[in-house]
Design a protein. Structure first.
Length: 755
């Protein structure tokens, strides 16, 4: 939201007051409070008829400093994000010239009786700064709305990332971003997953602790600042120090909620009925049997909307015309070794038998006149479940529990973005503007908590579209409604990388695109990308995404990349555990691993899958790949191409058939694989092959977790010149070793090797 007219003037409808100096201060326990009037005080007369901002500094996590700017101290409104308080030690210093609060390596400083500013320092350097006149309390003289604003400096070479799953350019400099949940597809400035948190290339992050709409001007209104503003009388933000991006994400997820580890089986292939296709028990079993007949492993089958009767979404009842024996069908699917997921949302159409029940019990969001808040978008006359009502939560969970009792394993929690902000009344009195973005948290928490209760904490998993701060506790999330086009495939990746830099660990997307019919070519290229993502699901709107609907080669491509993903589960799940522990996403931008190489800072069409593998999807029907490799030795694990990349990194080009693409292991990588795996959930320590790629001199260790995420084995490789000693503690059965070094391959068993 813009308030100024160029560099010198204020837009005529706004009146802006900014703190001019710290006039007084006090220490309240571990909190430093400053009082900053809107003029400098020279005489007692200056203290009259004058407003001020109260500035509160605190620290909930070591290395994180919170700043709350208050104009009028009003009654709190709900809801608010759930934040941790680790109660770290702080160092508060005061003097006649300066006051400061330090938490770990990060310090916030304010001068006293001088031009107002807040400077954030770490390791002897300025991290960012709120310079004079950056903070503002702002009144719109027309509609009398009030806003609070902050502007933080950005450096000459500083790049800004994150702010949720955004499909606009990966680097956010120059963009206007409004943090407001919208159902806008994957090709516009709107987003399903809006997170008021950005990550800087200079080793810090900023989280604005406001669930309502936050308007960011990222080097746009003031090209040397990131500005953020909210409607209201106060604004709170946190500076989160690194100094590396991984450390920033670690502190951010400690503050807002650690990433939950999904069950191992969820990393396998998910196959959907798709949306508007015709399907019945016969169709569903035909898809599942067809995959097995073609030797394509399948871990989850998903029933999309029409498992229920149209106009009755959601009634949580199977359409008995199409599925006369749902319990029997689920058992047949389970007997094939496949889990079952069903689509749900939190909207209940007026035709649904549940509508009247929820209406009478007061379980819907209401209008001010007492009626249910209804409209016709999506389903005729739908009402929206009010999850601020504890009884509504229990009621909703009771409907889902019946499905779990039938054998359903998990839910796709769709929608949650179109939540009313006008003429809306919530059970607990929540502010409609604050709950609009937050609603998805309550919705997905309701479902996830039930899954934990009924299935166990290690088995709970969702397939969710909308998200807000803290939703990383309810994985996984998928990208939403994309198109069956290469541009949209690239948009999806760019949005996913932005999302994963916003505190989330796991992400998926509709393989082949959701809208439109997919060509065989894009289906096969998207299959490569999809099976080299955190989570993998075939889904479409108007056609079933089974590979034999495209061509024979699509079957081969699907089989190869499903097999490959299952084979590397010992590696992937070990990396996933690290994601849960640290907040570093499983799929990640290349710069998270190669921050010393500034050429990686803008890469958004390739990514790291875990810490060892670089993936460059192909976005054209000529099979042409253009990709960047940082300095070091790289080996394509599919083609055995070897690259000795010089200092400074290099760009490469190549043409690949549908069975291959740039999929490269970095030097000194140990990948434990089981190439006979038939599901994603198996014993990761038995009958495996240890792949060694361009190992460094000296000793390298790689742990392996089991399929519950517990440390289970450790591989140790010692290299002395061309001689190797390979040992494995905890691996069993037929354990093989495959050494890949400078283009050479030597296969053998545990023990000693020589090139």
């Amino acid at each position: 939201m813009k308030f100024t007219d160029g560099y010198w003037l204020t837009r005529p409808q706004y009146q802006i007051n900014s703190p001019q100096e710290v006039f007084d201060y006090k220490v309240d326990g571990k909190q430093l409070i400053a009082y900053a009037p809107y003029n400098k005080i020279k005489t007692r007369n200056d203290e009259l008829n004058l407003g001020m901002t109260t500035v509160k500094l605190s620290s909930p996590v070591e290395g994180v400093i919170g700043v709350k700017l208050i104009h009028f101290d009003q009654l709190p409104k709900g809801p608010s994000y759930e934040l941790a308080d680790e109660n770290p030690d702080v160092d508060i210093k005061t003097s006649d010239d300066e006051i400061s609060l330090a938490s770990g390596p990060l310090t916030a400083k304010m001068p006293v009786r001088k031009d107002f500013s807040i400077e954030f320092e770490a390791d002897g350097k300025t991290v960012t700064k709120s310079e004079p006149k950056s903070e503002g309390e702002i009144t719109d003289t027309g509609d009398k709305k009030h806003y609070m604003r902050e502007k933080l400096s950005i450096g000459v070479d500083e790049l800004i990332y994150g702010l949720g799953e955004r499909f606009t350019p990966f680097v956010k400099n120059g963009q206007v971003v409004d943090i407001e949940q919208k159902d806008g597809g994957t090709g516009s400035e709107q987003a399903y997953k809006n997170i008021p948190f950005y990550l800087s290339s200079n080793g810090y992050g900023v989280f604005v602790n406001q669930p309502e709409t936050v308007s960011f001007e990222v080097g746009s209104e003031d090209v040397d600042k990131v500005q953020f503003s909210v409607e209201g009388q106060s604004i709170e933000y946190f500076i989160i120090y690194g100094p590396t991006p991984k450390e920033v994400l670690n502190r951010y997820t400690r503050l807002t909620g650690k990433v939950t580890l999904p069950p191992a089986w969820s990393f396998g292939l998910w196959l959907s009925t798709s949306f508007t296709t015709d399907y019945s028990e016969k169709t569903v079993m035909g898809y599942i049997n067809g995959m097995q007949e073609r030797h394509i492993p399948l871990d989850v089958f998903h029933f999309d909307c029409f498992w229920q009767k149209g106009f009755e979404w959601c009634n949580f009842e199977w359409d008995k015309d199409m599925f006369p024996d749902p319990e029997g069908l689920i058992k047949k699917i389970h007997d094939k070794g496949v889990k079952v997921c069903v689509w749900i949302n939190s909207y209940i159409g007026q035709k649904s038998p549940l509508f009247e029940e929820a209406k009478q019990k007061g379980y819907f969001i209401k209008r001010k006149d007492g009626n249910v808040w209804q409209w016709d978008l999506w389903q005729a006359g739908l009402g929206i479940v009010d999850f601020t009502n504890p009884d509504a939560v229990k009621w909703y969970q009771s409907k889902l529990k019946r499905l779990l009792d039938m054998g359903v394993d998990c839910f796709k929690t769709d929608f949650g973005e179109r939540i009313p902000t006008e003429d809306a009344v919530y059970y607990d009195g929540s502010d409609p503007k604050r709950i609009h973005n937050y609603y998805t948290y309550l919705y997905n928490e309701t479902v996830f908590d039930l899954l934990k209760q009924e299935k166990g904490e290690d088995e709970a998993v969702l397939f969710a579209r909308s998200a807000t701060v803290g939703s990383q506790k309810f994985p996984v999330h998928w990208g939403g409604d994309n198109l069956s086009r290469y541009n949209s495939m690239a948009d999806s990746l760019r949005g996913g990388l932005s999302f994963l830099l916003s505190g989330f660990g796991f992400w998926s997307h509709d393989i082949g695109g959701f809208e439109e019919s997919a060509t065989p070519d894009i289906y096969k290229r998207w299959t490569q990308f999809g099976l080299l993502s955190s989570h993998s699901r075939y889904h479409g709107s108007i056609e079933a995404r089974v590979p034999w609907n495209f061509d024979d080669e699509a079957v081969d491509v699907t089989r190869k990349f499903v097999d490959f993903k299952l084979s590397i589960m010992p590696y992937l799940y070990t990396e996933a555990v690290n994601t849960s522990n640290t907040g570093t996403p499983l799929m990640r931008p290349v710069f998270l691993e190669y921050g010393q190489d500034r050429n990686t800072y803008t890469l958004d069409k390739e990514y790291m899958l875990g810490s060892k593998l670089l993936v460059s999807p192909i976005f054209n029907d000529q099979g042409e790949a253009k990709y960047y490799l940082p300095a070091g030795k790289w080996t394509n694990v599919l083609t055995e191409e070897f690259f000795d990349v010089p200092a400074g990194g290099n760009w490469y080009e190549g043409t690949y058939d549908h069975l291959n693409l740039p999929l490269l292991a970095r030097e000194n990588s140990i990948l434990v694989r089981n190439e006979k795996a038939e599901h994603a959930d198996y014993d990761y320590t038995k009958d495996v092959t240890i792949y060694l790629y361009n190992m460094a001199q000296g000793t390298t260790e790689q742990k392996v977790v089991d399929n519950h995420g517990n440390d289970a084995a450790k591989v140790t490789v010692t290299r002395d010149g061309d001689n190797f000693i390979v040992s494995a503690d905890g691996l069993s059965g037929d354990v093989k070793v495959s050494v890949h070094d400078d283009g050479k391959i030597i296969d053998g068993k545990i023990g000693e090797f020589s090139l």
